[in-house]
Design a protein around this ligand. Structure first.
Ligand code: ZN
Length: 271
C-alpha cells in the first residue's frame, strides 16, 4: 500500500461519487471532527474535487488515478485550514469570491505549533506557512458547472465562514460543507448567528421544496438527511437558553456550550 493510501481512506459511494477521508485529529487532538470528507464527483467529461484537505500527504496522485483523462475542477468549500492546504498540488482552485484573498497567500498554521502530535513536523518543515495554489478563481452564488450528465450549482451559505459554499447536484445530492454536520461546531460571534440561521433556513427550504434527502457534510457521517439541518437549527436557536452554562475554551478563543441533544458541541467565537 502506498504512503498516501495509508493517510487517506478512499471509498466509492456511488458510480460517480468517491469520498476521500482524512483524520484531522492527527494534527491536533483538539480537533475531534474525524474524518474530514473530501468528495470527488465524476461527470462524463469533467471531475469535481471538493476540498484538498490538510496538506499532509500527496493527494493529487490518488485523484489523478480516479479521474483518468477527464478534466479536473478543484473547489474549496471554505478557507479554514483543514480544507485548502493541499491546494498547491493543483494548478487552479476555485473558492467563493469572499475568500479568494485568504487562500491566495501562504497559509499560516503556526497556531498548530504546540501540537503534541508528531505529524506537525510536516508543517514545521515548511515553517508553518503552507503554499497556495498558483491560480485562485472565484465562485459566486448561483454559478452552475456542467461536468457532463451532472450539473453542479454553487450556493453561498455564509456563517461558519464568510464565503462558505454548499453544492447542489442535478442528481439531488446536497454537499453541505462545514455549514452542517454532526459534531463540534465552530460558530461566529453571537452577533452573526442570524447569518448562520439564515443559511440553514435557505438549505431547509431547498430540501423541502426539491425533496432533497441526501446530504453530504464535510465532516463525520454521510449521507445524512434533512434532520441534520433542523437539528442544527434548533441547537443554535437554543444557545441563548444555555448561555449561562458557557465555559471558556482558550485554544479556539471561544465559548464552549454543550448542546442538550448530545449531537453537537458549540464553539462560539469571542471576537
Ligand atoms: Zn472543517
Amino acid at each position: 500500500m502506498s504512503k498516501e493510501n495509508q493517510h487517506f481512506e478512499i471509498s466509492k459511494h456511488k458510480d460517480y461519487l468517491y469520498v476521500i477521508k482524512e483524520n484531522i485529529s492527527l494534527v491536533h487532538p483538539v480537533y475531534t471532527n474525524d474524518p474530514l470528507n473530501i468528495y470527488l464527483i465524476l461527470g462524463s467529461h469533467t471531475a469535481l474535487l471538493l476540498d484538498t484537505g490538510c496538506g499532509l500527504s500527496p493527494l493529487k496522485p490518488l485523484i489523478d488515478n480516479l479521474v483518468g483523462k477527464k478534466k479536473l475542477l478543484v473547489f474549496n468549500t471554505h478557507y479554514h485550514w483543514d480544507h485548502p492546504l493541499g491546494n498547491a498540488e493543483f494548478g487552479e482552485v476555485y473558492i467563493h469570491e469572499d475568500e479568494v484573498d485568504l487562500v491566495s497567500k501562504p497559509y499560516d498554521v503556526s497556531f498548530l505549533k504546540d501540537s503534541p502530535n508528531e505529524i506537525v513536523k510536516i508543517y514545521a518543515e515548511k515553517d508553518f506557512l503552507i503554499p497556495p495554489a498558483k491560480l485562485i478563481k472565484s465562485l459566486k452564488d448561483g454559478d452552475i458547472f456542467d461536468i457532463g450528465e451532472i450539473e453542479v450549482k454553487v450556493m453561498h451559505c455564509p456563517g461558519h465562514s464568510p464565503g462558505s459554499i454548499c453544492l447542489l447536484t442535478s442528481n439531488g445530492e446536497l454537499f453541505t460543507s462545514d455549514v452542517a454536520y454532526y459534531g463540534d461546531q465552530f460558530l461566529p460571534n453571537r452577533n452573526k448567528f442570524s447569518q448562520v440561521l439564515n443559511s440553514l433556513l435557505k438549505l431547509i427550504n431547498l430540501c423541502e421544496k426539491q425533496k432533497i434527502g441526501e446530504l453530504y457534510p464535510s465532516h463525520r457521517n454521510y449521507p445524512c438527511d434533512m434532520t441534520l439541518l433542523t437539528d442544527l437549527y434548533k441547537g443554535i436557536k437554543n444557545i441563548e437558553n444555555l448561555w449561562d452554562h458557557k465555559k471558556s475554551f482558550d485554544f479556539f478563543e471561544a465559548w464552549l456550550i454543550d448542546d442538550e441533544s448530545g449531537k453537537f458541541r458549540f464553539f462560539i467565537s469571542k471576537t
